[in-house]
Design a protein around this ligand. Structure first.
Ligand SMILES: Cc1cc2nc3c(=O)[nH]c(=O)nc-3n(C[C@H](O)[C@H](O)[C@H](O)COP(=O)(O)OP(=O)(O)OC[C@H]3O[C@@H](n4cnc5c(N)ncnc54)[C@H](O)[C@@H]3O)c2cc1C
Length: 201
């Protein structure tokens, strides 16, 4: 078990319900590893914020994202601008006796940092392998090998995991005592993201 923790910083200190926070590497890693996508937020040259979804994978203490070499997101992030990346899983809809206490069970992570372009060919290929195998484990080794042209057309960025925090809610609704006899269902409706049966071409 990885018992390391991320430092609590100005960016990652939870002010609302800090008891739901975790700085444990193992907790942060597990939430990221279950994610197919992350949302990456960054500012453009004129300060306009953008938040875009993108595939994500983790190699140790590094996140990997990739994209077309001509993508604005890739070009901007490769310039080393500050970024904030987030990952969210919704695990349940929490139905309380009052609207006020409705909630969701969730696991989410935010990461702050800057991206760096991976230039080393072996490291770039390892990163592309991680992204592919993250979506479909073991697939990279079965595929037609990537060509130099494909690798050149792809920008691969690494984001060191140094400033990160997780927030997790689980469990039943928390109702006010005087509402407990109110005649409406209360409980949790589980939510799951499920892969279906593969459909062959
Ligand atoms: C599930 C998923 C996975 C993806 N994985 C990757 C990936 O691994 N690598 C990658 O490069 N891209 C990925 N994308 C696409 C990514 O979100 C961007 O569309 C893409 O990177 C182009 O970025 P850009 O900055 O060049 O966009 P531009 O074409 O410059 O964007 C122009 C404007 O279009 C809008 N826009 C762009 N993308 C989106 C979007 N996805 N949804 C809604 N509006 C949008 C925004 O308003 C943006 O400001 C993924 C998208 C999804 C939904």
């Amino acid at each position: 078990m990885n018992d390391k923790t991320f430092p609590k910083t100005e960016n990652t200190s939870l002010r609302r319900l800090p008891k739901r926070g975790s700085y444990d590497h193992a907790v942060v890693h597990a939430i990221i590893d279950e994610a197919m996508i992350a949302h990456v937020g960054f500012s453009g040259p004129d300060g306009q914020p953008f938040v875009l979804p993108t595939a994500v994978a983790r190699i140790g203490e590094t996140l990997i994202i990739h994209g077309s070499a001509i993508s604005r997101m890739m070009k901007t992030l490769a310039g080393g601008v500050p970024l904030c990346l987030s990952v969210t899983h919704v695990d349940g809809v929490v139905l309380a006796k009052s609207a006020f206490h409705h909630s969701m069970n969730y696991r989410s992570v935010t990461v702050f940092g800057r991206a760096r372009m991976i230039e080393d060919p072996a490291a770039k290929e390892a990163a592309l392998r991680a992204l592919t195998d993250h979506l479909a484990p073991g697939r990279w080794d079965l595929l037609r090998p990537v060509t130099a042209k494909e690798v050149k057309a792809t920008t691969v960025l690494e984001i060191p995991l140094v400033e990160a925090v997780a927030k997790v809610r689980s469990g039943p609704p928390v109702d006010d005592a005087e509402d407990l006899d109110w005649p409406v269902f209360a409980g949790v409706v589980p939510v799951k993201l499920v892969k279906g049966e593969p459909v062959p071409v």
